[in-house]
Design a protein around this ligand. Structure first.
Ligand code: EPZ
Length: 419
């Protein structure tokens, strides 16, 4: 069992340059999009994280041939070997559910395990299913598997009841090979969705309204190959910006897309950090005094729920009280109990966490419950006096590429240890 050990301290400051990897949440749907064509699709700037390899493993069972060179990945699905995505693989990573629409759209049939529970909350896929049914799919749930069939999907006018990143990505992909026009309303507008749409257009899809609340897709008979760049990871960007502010350090993030982190930058500036943007570089200089900030998570371009836990770690060091409201997921405060173990003072009342700062933290053994919670605990460990041990680090590897190496490059005393 792997753990991460951190020697933290109040006098410690991160310094230097760190390169941001490609976006996990842009790479995963882009991988699924390769199922829509028999031609080669090359994705560049792929993050070498566990979730990407889980998706590749699942897709190989479906018929994928792939080659990875550095962070360039070439994918090809000349034919289907199996139309079934097994529970053993889908349960590893929910986003693998996104193979359903592309398989159905191209091959007329797909059987995909219904994703199970998740640490951060109830995460139904009802809006995905309802949307595919509106496109004419015949869908049944049998023995925990979603079985979908359609000779050819038909364009439709679909309004999402609520904004869903995965639902928008799923329906856009399925609609590219449907007969006629599909209009998707109340779409989510995350940059990862736009990155996917740009890939699909390169493959020959007809899509209007990229990045907007209403997306129009006119179906085509078939799609071709493409060569496409995955955007930088805006959540990894936000995580390292918080690391710079929290340690009152001075770091420069390279290979970022500053336009994708608007609210994170705003909130860090309000809290007292100095943030300078220079092309694809962002420099963060922390201040000795951290000001409390109230934060409410919301769909893009609002404050990302995937930054909530990391920002909470920062607010434990703010001079005063901050209220963090989580509106997207109903169980995304699991990191609170672990931060309390490090000496933080936080009360949870419904969807709000009231963080009382500034409370010096002291190192302890803590356990990660999900990807972003583990990032929050590592950040807190950097400024906690003495030694912090983070258990269950497999969560962090799902979405961060070599995080401890990157932090060590900035001067952190952090290492991976085995039991
Ligand atoms: C994506 O998940 C991200 N994952 C999540 O990042 C991120 O937290 C989330 O979007 C919100 O930004 C990937 O891109 C792989 P949603 P997704 O559908 O698509 C409800 C991380 O840390 N909903 O936008 O699953 C849902 O329960 C991960 O990298 C339905 O009710 O999120 C939630 O409350 C964690 N029915 C809300 O909508 C549905 O059919 C938003 O979920 C679909 C969603």
């Amino acid at each position: 069992m792997e753990k991460i050990r951190i020697q933290g301290g109040h006098d410690f400051r991160l310094k230097g340059d760190v390169r941001i990897s490609g976006s996990k949440n842009a790479a995963l749907p882009a991988l699924a999009a390769a199922l829509l064509t028999g031609e080669p699709v090359t994705l560049r700037n792929i993050p070498l994280v566990k979730d990407v390899f889980s998706m590749l493993k699942l897709m190989r069972e479906l018929g994928l041939e792939s080659a990875l060179q550095g962070t360039d990945l070439t994918l090809k699905v000349p034919r289907i070997l199996s139309e079934e995505a097994s529970y053993n693989l889908v349960k590893l990573m929910r986003a693998s559910f996104l193979v359903l629409g592309p398989l159905l759209a191209r091959f007329g049939k797909a059987i995909v395990a219904q994703p199970g529970g998740c640490a951060i909350g109830l995460r139904p896929v009802d809006l995905h299913i309802a949307g595919l049914q509106r496109l004419g799919a015949n869908i049944t749930l049998e023995h925990g598997y979603i079985k979908a069939e359609a000779d050819r999907l038909q364009g439709a006018d679909i309004r999402f009841e609520k904004k869903t990143v995965g639902g928008t990505e799923h329906l856009v992909m399925a609609a590219t090979l449907a007969r006629g026009e599909t209009v998707l309303r109340n779409c989510a507008q995350e940059p990862e969705i736009s990155n996917l749409c740009e890939l699909l257009v390169k493959m020959g899809a007809k899509i209007e309204g990229i990045g907007e609340e209403t997306i129009r897709v006119v179906g085509v008979d078939q799609l071709g190959g493409a060569d496409h760049e995955i955007i930088p990871d805006r959540i990894e960007t936000g995580t390292f910006l918080v690391a710079g502010a929290l340690t009152r350090g001075d770091i420069r993030l390279t290979g970022t897309e500053p336009a994708h982190v608007p609210t994170t930058i705003d909130k860090l500036r309000y809290s007292g950090a100095t943030i300078d943007v220079d092309g694809t570089d962002i420099r963060v200089q922390g201040s000795d005094e951290i000001r409390p900030q109230d934060v409410t998570t919301s769909p893009y371009p609002g404050f990302p729920t995937d930054m909530q836990a990391q920002f909470m770690a920062l607010m434990t060091q703010a001079a005063g009280m901050s209220i963090i409201t989580e509106t997207i997921f109903d169980r995304r405060f699991q990191h609170v109990n672990e931060l309390l173990r490090l000496g933080a003072v936080i009360e949870v009342i419904g969807d709000k966490a009231v963080v009382h700062g500034r409370t010096p933290l002291s190192g302890a053994e803590v356990t990660a419950t999900d990807l972003r919670a583990s990032a929050s605990l590592i950040l807190a460990g950097l400024i906690a006096s003495g030694e912090t041990i983070v258990n269950d680090v497999e969560h962090i590897d799902r979405g961060y590429e070599r995080i401890e190496e990157k932090l060590r490059g900035l001067g952190a005393r952090i290492e991976r240890i085995r039991d």
